[in-house]
Design a binder for this molecule. Sequence first.
Ligand code: ATP
Ligand code: MG
Length: 431
Amino acid sequence: MIATAPKGTKDVLPGQIHAWRHVEESYREACRRFGFQEIRTPVFEHTELFSRGVGGATDIVEKQMYTFDDRAGRSLTLRPEGTASVARAFVENRLYAEMQPSKYFYGISCFRYEKPQLGRLREFHQLGAEIFGAGGMLADAEVICLAADFLGGLGIGGLDLRVNSVGCPSCRPAYRELLRDFLRPSYDGLCETCRKRLDSNPMRILDCKSPRCREIAADAPRMLGSLCGPCASAFDELKGHLVAAGLAFTVDAGIVRGLDYYTKTAFEFVSDGLGAQDTVCGGGRYDGLIEDIGGPGTPGVGFALGVERLLLAMESSGAKAPEPEGADAFIAAMGDGARAAALGLMRRLRGEGLRVEMDCLGRNIKGQMKLADRLNARYALIIGDDELRDGVVTIKDMRSGEQRPVGMRDAASFLRRRDVAEQREENGKGI
Ligand code: ATP
Ligand code: MG
């Protein structure tokens, strides 16, 4: 047990980290271009924030939260998602008093007690963004464009943008009744969860993965047919903005999203290569949330992307993170005197910002050169008795095999010059 991680958690090992960093850095860069600012909130919050904010009748609150009492008997919950926390921080720190809208992004770990499977974990990671204080559909288009540009930049193929409207508190209650009336005759055929949902949250039945429930709900009326005037025109407006921005999308009246707080816009980016867990990104508008948790009435819209699913989608569509860079130089030293000189040289080169490594297991020269290869070193700097006597290092170009002596003091500038020259060549600009 001691050497086994808890069920539903995963280590990110050094061999996988460059793909993670590529995703995280691309996201950060996309957010910079779109003018979103980073926000960081605690890993745990008062349980009430989620039971009120996320919605008591959602899967998350009913059965997926990691809730515990702390030593003083307060009920706390590991965050199952990011939006409620960001909204809480917005209210608590009175960020609504600043010029609006507010545009935030985050990268967080989330915790949900679910049945672990491919693309479904108990600790997973989300990249998210929110715009608070903008009620018009330009804000919805802005967050959708952010997600689309970020995902497009990663080179993932087979991703489909689907949009829908889930209405608002003035048109949804009547629709819910309509839906209940439609589903009630098939009550016995519904799964256990959906029988409960019939009363509390019938729209979630449209989202059930059980084949029988799907069949029953296939011809159910959809929210799109019951939108009130303002919701219908908002949806038309959104579609117009997406067309104007040049984004391809499909209207999918079946998207309901798992969280209670959504109003009007709901959207997903769905991957065709992920099987059952195919939603990479989900988002929408939640105009009631900030008021629900005690702030001034403030509209909001945002999304969250699952990093683990994103990486699976990248893999299945052949999108690759750039290869990690190797060492700039490996210093191979023979003998104690050479090793002492190597240590001094290594420290100087590292001080200049170069990535330099040497052997620390007492390997012979053949073993050291093998290690240089393994570290994908661009150059090997060889120091033996002759080099020590002449105050030079033999620099071996690991690509061409070419060797030449360079003064010990000139090694750094040699590496730098070569580096710059190579970069120019690779960019095709000549020197
Ligand atoms: P699903 O229908 O797949 O359960 P959800 O509606 O619960 O998703 P959200 O709460 O909207 O998902 O979360 C946004 C994104 O976070 C999802 O689209 C998905 O990529 C990711 N995600 C959600 N739950 C998990 C999980 N348990 N493991 C890994 N990723 C997850
Ligand atoms: Mg879920």
